[in-house]
Design a protein around this ligand. Sequence first.
Ligand code: NAD
Ligand code: MN
Length: 354
Amino acid sequence: MRTHKVAVIPGDGIGLEVIEAGKQVIEALAKKSGDFNFEFEDFDWSSKRYLEQGEYIPEGGLAKLAKFDAIYFGAVGSQDVPDHVSLWDLRLAICQGFDQYANVRPARVLPGVKSRLEGADKIDWVIIRENSEGEYSGNGGRVHQGLPDEIGTELSIFSRKGIERIHRFAFEMAQSRPRKKLTLVTKSNAQRHGMVLWDEVFFEVAKDFPEVEIDRELVDAVTTRMVLKPETLDVVVATNLHADILSDLAAALSGSLGIAPTANLNPERSFPSMFEPIHGSAFDIAGQGIANPVGSFWTAAMMLEYLGENTAAERLMAAIERLTESGMQTKDLGGDAMTRDVTAAICADIEAQG
Ligand code: NAD
Ligand code: MN
């Protein structure tokens, strides 16, 4: 029996609902397999905890988390805490603390899901986001606070090492896929220092991957290409900020923010990697039982694959595709199914699989 120790951080809002659903689905897969089990440990690191105790992560929290095989994360964000506080104190503290520098965001239209985009069925992308530096390096400051001459700076930091490792990761990803295409996205016409370094290092790394077909695009231009010629893209590599934006667009084009998954990987496995649906805490629908849990299921499939449970990951993806194809959909996709209906249907499918 293989045992996977997973730290669970549901966080806030619908994070609590979709992660609970995801755990049920993982339990169903473990039961079906009989060869592995999951030991979940729940962490109440959330905005509620912050408001009560003044911190998201208790002292020594990250060291405790470091002992797990993976982290299953919901979402963080509350109307009572500034978003930059919740993001930096919880999610980014983990991503940056554990050097999860490769953020992987697959996008494709699942069967039965209607996209508003014509030709969306041709979307089959993986967006690779640099997840440790760049625009989210946390450097900058404010001077003359509150005065008319106040200035705020936001400093982007790009290191050759940081750039090289994310490009190498992206090339490996492209090489492993049938079409073997990689698009470099920057803004090196307007931003002439860090972005130019990104471009240069990309073409250096490219020499080691002759099988990968490469091209480049400016970030503004690539948004139009995503909409107008979705079939021309395969793997895309971009900076922390650019890929953050592009991947939300990708999620919307492929159906709903409620479906899209993310892996925050530390590819060297020196620290645990973290898996989360792409969406936030969605306070507009929290507590109603109507959140789409498919994003957290797809996320669970990525986590299972990372943990070496490929059969279970395939079973789960097959169940997800049968579900979307069947037309059972939550409100975000135009249906009226509840989170628990979708979860029960997925568990039943898994149980019935041969
Ligand atoms: P959001 O993703 O929470 O919601 C955007 C819209 O999509 C909302 O209308 C919401 O109802 C809908 N939606 C999102 N997920 C859904 C699901 N699973 N099922 C059905 N509908 C879904 O983004 P937001 O409204 O910009 O942010 C809300 C809070 O979440 C903010 O505090 C923000 O900082 C935070 N946030 C956190 C993360 C994260 O933890 N990784 C990511 C994005 C936003
Ligand atoms: Mn985002």
